[in-house]
Design a protein around this ligand. Structure first.
Ligand SMILES: [Zn+2]
Length: 452
């Protein structure tokens, strides 16, 4: 631990700023003492100056503002606002974070409930799980994991909603049938009833659950010639866009300016170069959470690329496409299945791959800064929402391992099941909740502490 912090002095500075930011909370009983005393072991001088600031500033602020209540409200009802504020200041909300961490021992890991099984679950596997932005809906995709060249498998989207006690005890509220395999599915990041799904036959559909669409037919956002490999919501220049990647090696960005308008294509990227025009399917991609101009793309044949949306027309491959590639990372001797940018540091991202290695990269460094070997293949990789250096890895053997990448160490393991084929995390109030599915179609909801 000491090594970790002496290696990363910016961390100490970060904690000091936390104290500065949390000046007004001193009066409402949220303790900053833990963090300040932590600083005392590393930067005693800085800490003393902060204590002086605390006194001065608290006299200037109204004592009635309850930051923790405000942040909790925003987290539930305006998650985008919190996201934007954290982009400006990565320590935004950290006083609330400390208040929660004080209670971490009070939050046991336990199963909350199991979703009521639906008859369609016998027809396929649960490939994807997505929580709506308010956390009161869960969507499951039931689809085939593998298919022959010609895909005509029946697939289903099941929507479960909370009852008035905020519990998922009811049967699936909706079952949407799709006549081809589902490749990806995501709820909208700020509109609770909207979700998108992508199919094997190359279409991306957009559903609004709050209104019965005519003949139950969704809007088609785009229709590619080949299968879609991933869809993700991205905030670019304050606009929520949908990024779509395909087996045709194209990544496109789409936007709908108002709910009544059609979707428009903003940009279209390809990763061919003038020297090498080979078409490579995109396995997965990820835009930076804190600076969405930066994004990472993993291509088949083991290429991991750093890309930027800020490429100019000089990168034009032809009149239609931009090549956003800036550089290539080492380490891509394997197929990468998942990329996740840090929620706190715009330069840090992690990848999971089929060789059972999780690699943490710095955006500007060719080789990974940390490599962690896991015993089983990763089904889901996510950063811990409020802990900068911790990410979690759901393994196919049913374990969830929490790693601290700075210490290169496994810090906690949960074993909620014998198998996890898909998983999704959400954060609500004082608990970390997650949903996991096994290949028998059992979906269970769990809670654990936010801090590991
Ligand atoms: Zn299929």
């Amino acid at each position: 631990m000491n090594k970790s912090f002496s290696d990363h002095e910016s961390e100490c500075v970060g904690f000091s700023r936390t104290c500065e930011d949390s000046k007004e909370t001193a009066e409402i009983g949220i303790s900053t003492t833990e963090v300040c005393s932590f600083d005392k072991t590393t930067e005693p001088v800085a800490t003393r100056s902060i204590e002086v600031q605390t006194t001065e500033r608290s006299s200037q602020k109204p004592a009635t503002i309850d930051d923790s209540a405000l942040l909790d409200f925003m987290r539930r009802f305006a998650p985008r606002v919190e996201e934007e504020l954290r982009k400006k200041n990565k320590h935004f909300g950290s006083e609330y974070t400390q208040a929660i961490s004080k209670n971490e021992d009070d939050i046991p890991t336990k199963k909350i409930t199991s979703l009521v099984k639906h008859k369609t679950m016998e027809k396929g596997k649960i490939k994807h799980i997505s929580w709506s932005c308010y956390g009161n809906k869960i969507a499951l995709s039931v689809s085939h994991m593998k298919h022959e060249d010609w895909c005509k498998h029946d697939s289903y989207i099941l929507i479960y909603s909370c009852d008035k006690n905020e519990e998922f005890t009811n049967e699936a509220q909706e079952c949407i049938e799709i006549n081809t395999c589902i490749m990806d599915m995501k709820f909208h990041p700020s509109l609770n009833s909207l979700f998108v799904l992508a199919t094997e036959e190359g279409k991306v559909y957009y559903y609004n659950l709050s209104e019965k669409q005519e003949n139950n037919s969704p809007t088609v956002i785009c229709h590619n010639n080949e299968k879609i490999t991933q869809i993700s919501w991205v905030t670019l220049n304050s606009q929520t866009c949908l990024a779509v990647s395909g087996a045709d090696g194209i990544l496109s960005l789409w936007v709908q300016l108002t709910l009544a308008e059609n979707w428009k294509q903003l940009k279209k990227f390809t990763f061919k170069s003038i020297e090498d025009t080979t078409e490579r399917a995109i396995n997965c991609f990820e835009f930076s959470t804190l600076n969405s101009q930066n994004f990472i793309v993993a291509l088949e044949r083991k290429l991991l690329l750093r890309c930027s949306t800020a490429v100019t027309s000089s990168s034009l491959i032809d009149s239609e496409f931009l090549n956003p590639t800036i550089s290539e990372y080492d380490c891509s001797s394997t197929l990468i299945t998942c990329i996740r940018f840090s929620l706190f540091d715009e330069y840090i991202f992690a990848t999971a791959s089929i060789d059972q290695q999780i690699r943490v990269h710095h955006l500007n460094e060719k080789t990974p800064i940390s490599v962690i070997s896991t015993e089983y293949v990763t089904s889901t990789l996510e950063w811990n929402h409020l802990q900068e250096e911790v990410f979690k890895n759901c393994s196919m053997n049913g374990e969830i391992q929490f790693y601290n990448y700075r210490k290169n160490a496994l810090v906690k393991t949960l074993k909620p099941s014998d198998e996890i084929i898909s998983a999704a995390f959400k954060v609500k109030g004082m608990k970390q909740m997650f949903a996991i599915a096994d290949s028998a179609g059992d979906v269970s909801l769990w809670q654990t502490s936010l801090f590991i």
